[in-house]
Design a protein around this ligand. Sequence first.
Ligand code: ATP
Ligand code: MG
Ligand code: MG
Length: 547
Amino acid sequence: MAEINNFIKTIMQNDLDSGKVDEIITRFPPEPNAYLHIGHARAIITNFELAKAFNGKTNLRFDDTNPAKEDKEFVEGIIEDLAWLGYKPANIFYGSDYFEATYEKAIDLIKRGLAYVDDLSQEEISKYRGTLNEPGKNSPYRDRSVEENLKLFEEMKEGKYGDGEKTLRAKIDMASPNINMRDPVMYRILHINHHRQGTKWCIFPMYDFAHPLQDSFEGITHSLCSLEYDNHRVLYDWVVDNCGIEKKPHQYEFGRLNITNTIMSKRYLRALVDAGKVSGYDDPRMPTLCGLRRRGFTPDAIRNFILGTGLSRVNSTVESDQLDEELRNDLRLKALRPNAVINPVKVIIDNYPEGKVEWLDAPNNPENEEAGMRKISFSREVYIERDDFIEEKPNKKWKRLALGVEVRLMKAYFITANSVEKDENGNITVIHATYDPETKSGEFDGRKPNGNIHYVDSATAIPAEFRLFEPLMLDETEENKDLDFMERLNPDSMHVFEGFVEGSLKDTKPLDHFQFIRNGYYCTDKDSKEDKLVFNRTCGLKSSFKL
Ligand code: ATP
Ligand code: MG
Ligand code: MG
């Protein structure tokens, strides 16, 4: 597996060498307001792999200080996704567990004249804050005495005021060129039920105050986040410097990961689920980790994909095909290669005895001897892919079945197609063929067939549904680039086929991975029933990437 190597690793190495830190402690801090997506995998893998590279450790910390949208379901989903990716946090913490300690730090700031209670409304605060070109204006409440601030803040905590009536603001600099430093709000009032704290608290710390404190409480040395926090770093440092913290954590930013033809923001993913455009967060078309898992992507493929895309201080957009390529690399030798016919047509071998079933040897993975052998059945009626037959052979390049043409059914016999039956619409319902008993696979090399096609024997076939996927979002074009994302959804992102798989798959369980011969990589879906299996196509056999 690829090793992590990036600019943050260099920073960490330097910090260890210079004695600035004596170990590396990182954290992954998701807000439990949705399921994780593959963009989060960049943050997870970066934090865990970097700490691991220095024998350090990584905490999972739920950033649950914004109670409005948080839910236990998401907490559990995130823990499951992390474990699936193969990472075990040193600790699992909750930002809300630090409410008391954070509150004390706020009192401390007030006592030192570094924070004040403001009566301005949210709108007034933004107006007073000014713009990039225009300095902000002091709030008329900015110069309240320490005693008054302590009393009011206490009352805020006691629930004396309604939502938004008062805030606690840091007293920094209303003329700072960095708007985040213009007396940022540190606490707001919200009378709401918190998923862990219940109604114990009605004041909640803002991210910019809570996060650096949480990092310092946990002894985080390198606090890694995505680029949009870049101009919050000065405030991060202000909090750390002014809250009496000895071992100071430092924030470092990296570029966000985006993937073509999908959307990655939790807000949009939630909107898709709520609007019923997908079956849930784990719909195999979703870029969520649970969706990718259900689709058939593996932790190794995701990790190698993330490490392969590198890390820099620039946001990047990567072709989704690169993830497919990592999946193929991971599974090429590992996955079994059974036969599945996705769009079947029946072949009756008229000269094969009725009722007879033969068992033939087939390798589980022709590229990997260690995968062993299995028996596949052969009888008078088999299914082949509709695409593998054409009535009249069009040209020399046609290496499949046609009337009067002989092909090998893989690991079985040569057959020649002789005639077809059709329904009233002209669709072929049955192909009549004859086989040559001399041509059993492994025992015959007397002549060459016009190709090798796979089949599923009807005597042991299991009905199966195959779900094939296209990107969730249409390509961005001149015409659609200004459309709302809901209008850029691909209306045709899932195709369902009804076919058969060979009998050896009868005990398959959700998340089993296969390469269906000549068809692609597939994964058993949780919707599978004993008499009707369901498979998701993870990706094709070859790259479709075009420059
Ligand atoms: P979104 O913006 O998609 O709603 P978020 O950034 O608000 O996600 P958090 O739960 O706060 O989601 O994310 C936890 C961590 O994952 C943060 O450190 C964040 O920077 C990082 N992260 C989220 N999305 C990406 C991405 N696309 N690429 C890299 N890191 C990401
Ligand atoms: Mg966030
Ligand atoms: Mg966000």
